[in-house]
Design a protein around this ligand. Structure first.
Ligand code: HEC
Length: 152
């Protein structure tokens, strides 16, 4: 039952999050703003779940389930913004390695998408211990990519 639910969530996320293509951006800055905006939205909902997971906010199972869904959905969006030619500029912290080590960057993105998928499923169980257990690995998948591919 749980794996069915997980599959349904994954399917919903893929269907809804039809990513824009690299060609959708008129200027490199537009792509940079898009990816940063997506990360910021994901981060806001991730922070709200983290506060519950770390006992800094009361556990609200319905809100947790919604945050999980938003995170899982938005986790697919930033990567269209890493189009070719968007590695330069003062307003980006993206490292050049994103474009020279594409398979590694993509693997880090997929790892995060997989972990936040599990987080969304855990949030839906209505059980705080499940949320706590899934939060650490998800946060670790954000940090791993930032360590390798984002400037301080
Ligand atoms: C595959 C790599 C990767 C993963 C995984 C990843 N990030 Fe990022 N993140 C980046 C890069 C690269 C930037 C810098 C983007 C830029 O400045 O153009 C960034 C920027 C950000 C920013 C700053 C956006 C801004 O306003 O400039 C936030 C917040 C953020 N990420 C949150 C998260 C969270 C939360 C997760 C996990 C749920 C996550 N990221 C997972 C690569 C990643």
């Amino acid at each position: 039952m749980k794996s069915l639910a997980t599959l349904a969530i994954a399917a919903a996320a893929f269907t809804l999050a039809a990513p824009v293509s690299a060609q959708s951006f008129a200027k490199p800055e537009d792509a940079i703003k898009y990816r940063q905006g997506a990360f910021r939205v994901m981060s806001a909902h991730f922070g709200a779940l983290g506060a519950m997971a770390n006992n800094r906010a009361p556990f609200d199972p319905q809100a947790a389930a919604r945050h999980g869904d938003v995170i899982a959905l938005v986790s697919h969006l930033p990567f269209a913004g890493f189009a070719a030619g968007t590695d330069k500029g003062e307003n980006t912290r993206a490292k050049a390695e994103i474009w020279t080590e594409q398979p590694k960057f993509r693997a880090a993105a997929e790892k995060m998408q997989s972990e936040v998928g599990k987080l969304a499923a855990a949030a839906k169980t209505g059980n705080l211990d499940n949320l706590k257990a899934a939060f650490g690995p998800a946060a670790g998948s954000c940090k791993a990519c930032h360590d390798d591919f984002r400037r301080d």
